[in-house]
Design a protein around this ligand. Structure first.
Ligand SMILES: CC(C)(COP(=O)(O)OP(=O)(O)OC[C@H]1O[C@@H](n2cnc3c(N)ncnc32)[C@H](O)[C@@H]1OP(=O)(O)O)[C@@H](O)C(=O)NCCC(=O)NCCS
Length: 167
């Protein structure tokens, strides 16, 4: 990892949602709207984080939903000019620490089969490909790879897990 960019990771507020919606539009063919993001603020099962640059601008964001002991990473994106500077890694670190701290069984996510950069990122953090959903995405139609990171508390403490993952 190169020198990580300095960001401040904080919970999403209504003030961040225009910037996140803009980033969604830049990154995804079926972007979440500002209204969808606003609903997440009222969703007790959902947590959105933003990474703010030194000017207070949204450099990236990530969303997590937790049901019982299962966590699903719903969104993650970083501004194009801030990529490959560890911003996504820093956001996902917070979710990984949350998962361990709250004894979640696993974190899971779906990713386009052709999204090699994101697949590399998740692989580096210990996510493994566990399945494929045929034609899951549209615009363009494409399979989703399901990637999951399981937490084994029998052998992994918070500290040893962090060291073992390089997280
Ligand atoms: C995928 C995405 C979130 C990664 O964000 P990022 O801040 O650039 O990622 P990081 O800098 O934290 O990357 C950490 C590591 O992941 C891997 N990685 C990240 N992006 C990569 C890429 N494009 N190609 C290859 N490896 C990549 C590398 O190992 C990288 O470490 P390195 O830069 O030291 O080699 C960003 O590219 C993005 O916003 N893409 C568009 C939206 C998207 O596809 N989201 C994922 C939906 S499932």
């Amino acid at each position: 990892m190169r020198q990580a960019m300095h960001v401040r990771v904080v919970p999403m507020t209504a003030d961040h949602q225009d910037e996140i919606a803009e980033l969604e539009r830049i990154c995804f063919p079926d972007p979440w709207s500002r209204n969808m993001l606003a609903e997440e603020l009222d969703n007790a099962l959902s947590a959105f984080l933003v990474a703010l640059d030194d000017a207070g601008r949204v450099a990236g964001y990530a969303g997590l939903q937790v049901v019982l002991d299962e966590g699903t990473i719903t969104n993650i994106a970083v501004r194009p000019e801030y990529r490959r500077q560890g911003v996504a890694h820093q956001l996902l670190d917070v979710f990984l620490n949350f998962a361990r701290g709250n004894r979640l069984a696993f974190l899971t996510l779906e990713v386009r089969a052709s999204n090699y950069g994101a697949i590399a990122l998740y692989g580096e953090l210990g996510f493994r490909s566990v399945g494929r959903r045929k034609n899951y995405y549209e615009h363009p139609r494409e399979d989703a790879i399901i990637m999951t990171k399981e937490f084994d508390y029998g052998t992994e403490t918070a500290e040893s897990g962090a060291a073992g993952d390089g997280v």
